[in-house]
Design a protein. Structure first.
Length: 343
């Protein structure tokens, strides 16, 4: 295996000059840089990241801790993180925890032991996890949280206007004439669904419509959960004419269930999702949804983290709040009753 000494010998330069070039730690003339670059290629030298980290105190690695990469939202977020990380000179270690508290804590500990330069985290918000993250933040480990937050604010955070997005989704259905609108959500106590539940509730309140708990289906936020939720809603004595799901996976599950029961979307039932994952535009029918800027979220998180690692970030924790946008497609229409038909 070629060494730095081999590079110096081939380039006809001192080991100190080669070391300064490799570690970017001092002046090296353009001529010397060209000779060193050519020598590296000729001898096949691969710099040791472990040795370099002893000098720079950095590994060039950042960790991304996420519950589920099968969820299209998380997958697109991960792409945004990876793309910007490469631009900023970092490699990303993705760690999937299945939302399990013990795995989150173990993953964060192991990544820390492997000397990652920083972490981007979107885990479940449990008291135990928050305590551990707060301790890490106070220890000086650069971190960016996506969605979740610590109080007091100890780390940078990236979030989106989910409350306003849910208001827009519910207002859209109300504007079409729907008066019984089902909500497909996770636990209303979970942070991931709380803002969207409040947006739904407040839109109904402003329109003078009652909040009917029977129309709120709390399920796992995946396709199976969306299917189960729509089954639950459509077996009510007075079923809804529309359903708003707090993520696209559940919305697509609802559409799939409707198709299996010969319920036409949107003729018989309107459906709105949240996230605007890639599949939303290609479902049958294409899904009306609230778009979150997923890749931008990832890029912003990396920028905040990279600046924090470099010591160029704000002296106090920063929050970046990105806007959501309602994207109207073919899964929503006025209810049959307003078109002279019957439900």
């Amino acid at each position: 295996m070629a060494t730095m000494y081999d590079v110096a010998d081939r380039a006809g330069l001192s080991v100190g000059t080669v070391s300064r070039y490799l570690n970017d730690s001092g002046y090296v003339s353009q001529s010397a840089r060209e000779r060193i670059g050519a020598a590296i290629a000729e001898v096949g030298y691969v710099p040791s990241s472990a040795a370099r980290s002893l000098t720079t105190k950095r590994t060039g690695l950042i960790g991304f801790v996420v519950s589920d990469l099968l969820n299209p939202f998380s997958a697109e977020l991960a792409h945004g993180i990876a793309d910007r990380a490469a631009q900023r000179g970092f490699c990303v270690l993705n760690s999937v925890t299945e939302g399990q508290e013990d795995r989150v804590l173990q993953t964060v500990r192991v990544l820390r032991e492997h000397s990652v330069d920083g972490l981007i985290i979107t885990p479940p918000e449990t008291p135990r996890i928050k305590r551990q993250l707060a301790a890490l933040a106070r220890s000086g480990l650069p971190m960016v949280l996506i969605g979740m937050q610590l109080r007091p604010r100890l780390t940078d955070r990236v979030t989106t206007a989910t409350y306003e997005g849910a208001r827009a989704a519910t207002d859209h259905l109300i504007s079409l004439g729907h008066r019984r609108i089902g909500l497909i959500t996770g636990s209303r106590r979970a942070k991931v669904a709380m803002g969207r539940y409040r947006g739904y509730r407040d839109a109904l309140n402003v329109a003078g419509l009652p909040l009917d708990d029977a129309l709120v289906a709390e399920v796992a936020l995946d396709r199976a959960g969306g299917s189960a939720a729509l089954h639950q809603l459509l077996t009510l004595p007075k079923p809804p004419t529309a359903a708003f799901a707090v993520n696209d996976a559940a919305a697509l599950g609802a559409i799939q269930y409707a198709a299996s029961r010969d319920i036409r979307v949107p003729s018989d039932l309107s459906v709105v999702g949240f996230d605007d994952v890639d599949l939303a535009a290609h479902s049958v029918p294409p899904l009306t949804t609230v778009a979150q800027p997923k890749r931008q979220m990832g890029a912003v998180a990396v920028d905040l983290l990279a600046d924090r690692i470099a010591g160029t970030g704000s002296s106090t924790p920063v929050e970046r709040r990105l806007e959501c946008e309602l994207v109207v497609r073919a899964s929503t229409a006025p209810p049959k009753s307003s078109r002279g038909g019957s439900r």
